[in-house]
Design a protein around this ligand. Structure first.
Ligand SMILES: *Cc1c(COP(=O)(O)O)cnc(C)c1O
Length: 368
């Protein structure tokens, strides 16, 4: 057998269905020449996702970011929106691009989601919504966030980009809050090349979401809102439909690899893994490891892996409130837990086609 021990390992690798199956899906597109604008695959994909995610109301989008940005627009918000700095650029950008002001709330030191204990002190009479993030597939404190939001009449829009297919207390994760955004980007657990969706509670939101992704067009001669182009095309929907057939198998492989990592790293002095909540059915999207008082720091582990062509990711680093485009308006010192975790965390390679030997090789380097 060929020695492949020197093969580079990226942090993630997109899963692809058998090529023949995708080609077969493309044939009807060549016949109908209906390539985008809510075609037959778009319709089928949305229906299948409603079933899979357990969410009765769902709208597809060209990507997760447009899904979030247009969901916020559909909610007709104003003023301030509380969110977390420990997330991907998209979350805060979606708020700012709606003319709203993000207010950064610190994170929970154990599961890295928005700290519900810090939430209420940030609410002002200008606050209209909360955008928490289910980071790494860890579920936010949905009960307390929901209770606080109800008391202050705030909307809750979850960035659920990391939690495709997860359930909490047996309910689909998209059922929590007024809306939840999913991302189907190629690097996510489940993908449609690029793609996204919004699951939402109030079915009356459906026309607004549909309109906003299609320029605000409501008829041949009428445009009622300042929408964007957020439509998912048929090639994306076809990929999504196919990948949905394989996603449970993919998650099963990820689960086995995540357990293998845990077996090697759990309990090591100075290394912290996220605890698993028995109420959550996880999708094993990421393998975050926090180096806190370990004999090597995060950057050292990152460099030692990189020297062997193994590419972990400093995800999320830096925090959003220290980006060049935000730092003159925000002080990362006001969210010290997020700031610290962003300097200590590394997400290790995790994808379905990674082998247990690869996991051992990575753990050997970390532990040596
Ligand atoms: C991937 C991601 C997004 C954006 O989704 P895209 O589909 O890439 O536009 C938003 N938020 C988080 C937390 C993400 O990981």
């Amino acid at each position: 057998m060929a020695d492949d021990r020197k093969r580079p390992i990226a942090v993630t690798r997109s899963s692809l269905p058998p090529l023949e199956e995708y080609v077969e899906m493309l044939k009807p597109l060549w016949e109908s020449a209906w390539l985008t604008n809510m075609g037959e695959y778009h319709r089928q994909f949305a229906e299948q996702l409603k079933t899979y995610l357990g969410t009765p109301n769902l709208e597809l989008f060209v990507n997760g970011h447009m899904a979030l940005e247009l969901a916020l627009q559909a909610m007709d918000l104003s003023g301030e929106v509380i969110t977390t700095p420990f997330t991907f650029a998209s979350t805060a950008h979606a708020i700012v691009r709606n003319g709203l002001t993000p207010v950064f709330c610190d994170i929970d030191p154990v599961n890295y989601t928005l700290d519900a204990d810090r939430l209420e002190e940030l609410i002002t009479d200008r606050t209209t919504a909360i955008v928490p993030v289910h980071v790494y597939g860890n579920v936010c404190d949905v009960e307390r966030i929901g209770e606080i939001a109800r008391r202050h009449h705030l909307k809750v829009i979850y960035d659920a980009a990391h939690t495709f297919g997860e359930t909490y207390d047996g309910r689909g994760i998209g059922c929590y809050g007024d809306a939840a955004m999913f991302s189907f980007h190629a690097t996510k657990v489940f993908h449609s090349i690029e793609g996204g969706a919004v699951a939402f509670r109030d079915e009356k939101l459906a026309p607004a979401l549909y309109e906003l992704k299609n320029f605000g067009i409501t008829g041949y001669e009428s445009v009622d809102s300042v929408g964007a182009n957020g439509k998912m095309n048929e090639f994306q929907a076809a990929m999504g439909i196919l990948n949905l057939r394989y996603v449970d198998g993919e998650i099963g492989k990820r689960r086995a690899l995540a357990r293998h990592y845990r077996g090697r790293l759990d309990g090591v002095e100075g290394i912290r893994l996220c605890p698993e909540d028995p109420r959550v059915r996880y999708n094993y999207a990421y393998m975050p490891v926090v180096f806190d008082g370990y004999r090597k720091d995060r950057d050292q582990v990152f460099a030692e892996l990189a020297a062997r062509d193994i590419h972990a990711r400093k995800y999320f680093y830096p925090c959003v409130n220290s980006y060049a485009c935000y730092r003159d308006r925000y002080d990362p010192a006001l969210t010290p837990v997020a700031d610290r975790i962003s300097r200590q965390v590394l997400t290790l390679p995790l994808y379905a086609s990674l082998s247990p030997d690869d996991v051992d090789r990575i753990c050997d380097i970390i532990l040596q």
